[in-house]
Structure formats: C-alpha cells, structure tokens
Design a protein around this ligand. Structure first.
Ligand code: NAD
Ligand code: IPM
Ligand code: MN
Length: 353
C-alpha cells in the first residue's frame, strides 16, 4: 500500500466547505482500493489567519509544505484583506515556489450539465487547457513610481522566459500527441510585440518535434469568440497565465458553471508537491450557507488520483459526477437542485464503487 501525504489548505469562504467533501471522496477511494491510503494534515492559512498573524502563512510555510506529496486547496481571498496580498502571498506563492508550471484545466461539458449555448452539440465542448502557471503576466515584476502624485506611474511587466515557454508548450504537445487531439496555441502577437511574438516563435520551434500533431494558432480575442460560437475548434489549448485564467472562467460558463470547474497545478517532475484546487474562488456571496457545489473540488481530487497514476479512479470520479448530473441526484442550487454541499458529497461517495 502506498501512503500519500496530503496537505489541506481549505482557505477562505466556501473553500472550507468544499475541501471537506474532497477529503470525503479521497477517504472513500482508500476504502475501496487497498493500494492507496492518504494521511491529511490541515493548515488554517488564509485571510482569517492573516488578520490574526499579519501574514497569510508562517515564514516556514513553504518549507512545511515541501514534505507533502500533494496539496488540496479550497480558495483564497476574502473581503477584509486586499486580494493582491492574500493571493500573492499564499496561492500564487505556492504555484511559483513549487514550480507548478502547468495548470491543467478541463473544459468538458459533462452529460446532464447545463450549457447556455444554443445549437452546440454537447460533445463539441471537450477541451483541456494547459495554462502557463509560473511566470508571464503573473510574474509580479514591476514598479509603482511617485505614488499619489501627478507623476504617478505603474509598470507591470510580463516575463516570458525561453525555458518557461518551452516547457509548457512541450507539455501541451505531448498531451495532444498522447490524446490524439489537435493543439491550439492562444496568444496575441498582433498587439504584444515582444512577449507574444516570442511565444508564437517557440510554439513553432517546439512543434518541429511533433510533426504528427495537428496545430492551430488563434488570437485570444478570436479564441474567446470561437469558444462560444464553434467550441469544437478547440481541443488541447496552450496559453499564457493571464489568458488561461480568463478563458477558463469562460470555459466554466459554457460547461456547467464554476461549481463544476476543476484544475490542477502540476510540477510534472514531482520535485515539489503539486496543488489541486477548484478554479472558483471563495464565493463570499454564498459562503457559510452550506450550498456551495463541491463537485469541482471532487473532480480536482480525481485529477490528483490521475497524477498519482490511478487514472481509473480519476475516470470513475468524473463518471460519478456525470451520473449525478444526468439523474439529478443530490445537486446543489447552482445545478438546479436543493441539496447541501455535504449531501452532494455524500451522494457522490455512495456512487463510487
Ligand atoms: P468566485 O469564483 O468566488 O465567485 C463567482 C460566482 O460563482 C459567485 O456568484 C459564486 O457564488 C459562484 N460560485 C463559485 N464557486 C461556486 C461553487 N462551488 N458553487 C456554487 N457557486 C459558486 O469569484 P469572485 O467572486 O470573483 O472572487 C471571490 C474571492 O475569491 C476573491 O477574493 C478572489 O480573488 C478569490 N478567488 C480565489 C481563487 C482561488 O483561490 N483559486 C479563484 C478565484 C477567485
Ligand atoms: C484562478 C484564480 C487566480 C488566478 C487568482 C485568485 C489569483 O483566478 O485560479 O483562476 O488568477 O490564477
Ligand atoms: Mn481565475
């Protein structure tokens, strides 16, 4: 039996509610599969912690997390603490310091999930986003000069390194090859004359090693239009940090909503722990009501099992989510049901076998 050490960072708002259901599902898997066991350690880091301690996590937080095989995170950010502090000092810090340079986000319209697009066959919405997750527009490089004066200037640099672009693009090519899917690079070279021209160049360069992979390139504005008008044009998608962030919320909107949108922050070399989290935030508007949809977090637990090499469990979890949607079993209000977060999680645990 292999024991996986998982650090839990429920974080803020509904993060706490949904992480509890993720843990329920991982525990259920260990009951059903005697090859796998989990040990969980919970860390109370987040905005409440910041208000009490003046920091989002202790100074040795990153050192502490290094000892784990994976991190399950709920959501970070809450009114009362500025977002650029809470997110940069916890979530983005972990993604960066653990070199989780791949953010893998499925945009797949599961059977039974609601789609606001008309005349689009369900199977046309089946994408996987490979978002650059360590640099780009999120590098945190810049300056704020002459604050509160007439000369005030802010500079926010995008940082695109050869290493950073090559590795994420190569990962996407490998994925497209493995899945026998097309690969689309989304960029914006017509306006961003350094970063995105460079990105496009690297996309072509790396592509020389993958003559068998059918590729497309789209400008990000056109890509967002096609996601709505003709989503089947996108299969495996590789893009920069900020574009990937925005397009995957659009992706969530066309594939059942934020409550179903999962993502994995991967360090593929496993030199550091990878982090699994739903793509939604702390949802202050519904926090504490017990109605948050835990299925995105549960799907991300499926991604964790995929990453550990138990792809059959990743598939079983997605199948069970789909069954719940089709048969309308214990769905939360965002999916048109009346179930609580816990009822939804428990129902999914019962469906696993
Ligand atoms: P949000 O994702 O928290 O909420 C957007 C909308 O979606 C809200 O109406 C919310 O109720 C709904 N929603 C989200 N998840 C849901 C779920 N599981 N079930 C049902 N409904 C759900 O985005 P926001 O309001 O822009 O951000 C709130 C806070 O979260 C901010 O501080 C933001 O910076 C932070 N945030 C954190 C993460 C993260 O930790 N990964 C991601 C996005 C936003
Ligand atoms: C996400 C979130 C984060 C991001 C924020 C909270 C920093 O929106 O995970 O999609 O932009 O990456
Ligand atoms: Mn986002």
């Amino acid at each position: 039996m292999t024991e996986y050490k998982v650090a839990l960072i429920p974080g803020d708002g509904i993060g706490k509610e949904v992480v509890a259901e993720g843990v329920r599902i991982l525990n259920r898997v260990t009951e059903l599969d005697d090859r796998i066991s989990f040990s969980f350690t919970e860390y109370p880091w987040g905005c409440q912690y910041y208000l009490e301690h003046g920091e989002m996590m202790p100074k040795d937080g990153i050192e502490t997390l290094k000892n784990y095989d994976a991190i399950l995170l709920g959501a970070v950010g809450y009114p009362g603490v500025p977002d650029h502090i809470s997110l940069r000092d916890l979530l983005l810090r972990i993604r960066h310091d653990f070199d989780e340079y791949i953010n893998l986000r499925p945009v797949k319209l599961l059977k039974g999930a609601d789609c606001p697009l008309k005349d689009v066959p369900r199977e046309d919405i089946d994408m996987i986003f490979v978002r650059e997750n360590s640099e780009g527009e999120y590098a945190g490089s810049g300056a704020w000069l002459y604050p509160d004066s007439e000369q005030e200037v802010v500079i926010q640099n995008g940082v695109f390194s050869r290493k950073g672009c090559e590795r994420v693009i190569r990962y996407a090519y490998e994925l497209a090859r493995k899945e026998k899917k097309t690969l689309t690079s989304v960029s914006k070279g017509n306006a961003l004359n350094y970063s995105m021209v460079f990105w496009d160049k690297i996309f072509r360069e790396v592509g020389k090693d993958y003559p068998d992979v059918e590729t497309h390139t789209l400008l990000v504005d056109a890509a967002s239009m096609f996601m709505v008008k003709d989503p089947k044009r996108l299969q495996v998608v590789v893009t920069s940090n900020l574009f990937g962030d925005i397009l995957t919320d659009l992706g969530a909107a066309i594939s059942g909503g934020m409550g179903l949108a999962a993502g994995a922050n991967l360090n593929p070399e496993k030199k550091f722990p990878s982090m699994f989290e739903p793509i939604h935030g702390s949802a202050p508007d519904i926090a504490g009501k017990g109605i948050a949809n835990p299925l995105a977090t549960i799907w991300t637990c499926g991604q964790m099992l995929d990453f550990f090499g138990y792809e059959e469990w990743g598939k079983k979890i997605v199948d069970a989510i789909e069954q719940m949607l089709v048969e309308k079993i214990a769905l939360t209000p965002d999916q048109g049901g009346t179930a609580s977060t816990q009822e939804c999680g428990k129902a999914l645990a019962e469906l696993l076998h």
